[in-house]
Design a protein around this ligand. Structure first.
Ligand code: TA6
Length: 279
């Protein structure tokens, strides 16, 4: 596998990391999980992603932070509740399929060791394409290799770095959401979307653009191919109880996830693409 001039492989604990530096940005992708850990564009040198100071890099447990790839289910498995939450690809070591420089940045294509596994009936091939440029483009492609339709759920479970959750506002959501912290009750999206408690919400809407307003600092998130946006902050009690999170870790992170939570059908020999762009 030939890397390009802008890419190098480094090792952290038990994990190989792909480090990318080009004219536009810095980025880092863990081959464990196909897991983007960092994106810092050179026009402002601001890190967009958050990774827990206590994240595990043991190549066994999922890394807390960055952009975990949740596939082929989101959250708990619907029937086999003993299976790992968020599917089985974020705990696999992924392979680099290709690495190329384009006029707008570096494009890395990766795939998991296997796209099949317990809990999923489909005959699928999962491919992740990451373009590191002025913006970070993440495309998760699910191809149906079989002769019968398949259905899957997934999420680009992005952890965004912020200065203070209590001063953040999320712009661009409307209608109702399902509130996991209130027994999955349907509630109205607040006009002013701020955070003052544990937040775990599935918005079954398809906004193209969302913005995290962290004081004067704005991060735009563009989505396509999704049926939901998931918004999560564990708040203090859950942060204290998570072994891979500092007690106050919740203060400087916010998950805004481009997701499929209602079941996406993929016809035989076709491909569905879920995309998130971070600006
Ligand atoms: O995306 C929100 C969520 O489903 C929460 O319910 C919480 O479980 C979070 O994902 C983190 O999940 P993880 O398995 O990475 O700890």
């Amino acid at each position: 596998m030939l890397l390009t001039d802008s890419t190098t492989i480094i090792t952290r604990d038990n994990i190989q990391l792909l480090h990318i530096e080009n004219a536009f940005a810095y980025a880092e992708i863990s081959l464990f999980g196909g897991h983007i850990l960092s994106f810092k564009p050179k026009h402002d040198y601001r890190e967009r992603l958050w990774v827990s100071q206590h994240a595990f890099f043991d190549a066994k447990k999922p890394i807390r932070g960055g952009i975990p790839i949740c596939w082929p289910w989101f959250g708990a498995h619907k029937s086999k509740t003993h299976l790992a939450a968020h599917g089985y690809v974020r705990t696999q070591t992924w392979q680099i399929i290709s690495c190329e420089e384009t006029g707008t940045g570096t494009t890395i294509t990766l795939k998991p060791q296997t796209s099949t596994g317990d809990g999923f009936e489909g005959d699928a091939q999962l491919v992740l394409v990451v373009h590191v440029g002025q913006q970070l483009t993440i495309q998760l492609s699910t191809s149906n290799l079989g002769d019968t339709p398949l259905t899957y759920n997934c999420a680009l479970h992005s952890y965004f770095a912020i200065s203070d959750i209590k001063q953040c506002e999320l712009l661009g959501l409307s209608k109702q959401y399902t509130d996991k912290t209130r027994g999955y009750k349907m509630l109205d999206t607040p006009q002013i979307y701020k955070f003052n408690e544990e937040t775990d919400r599935v918005h079954q809407v398809q906004p193209k653009t969302l913005t995290i307003a962290d004081g004067e600092v704005k991060t735009d998130i563009l989505s396509s191919g999704h049926d939901s946006i998931v918004v999560w902050n564990p708040w203090q009690e859950k942060s204290i109880n998570m072994g891979d999170m500092a007690d106050d870790g919740y203060l400087t992170m916010l998950c805004v996830e481009t997701a499929i939570t209602q079941g996406q059908d993929v016809a035989p020999k076709t491909t569905h693409v879920l995309q998130q762009i971070i600006q």
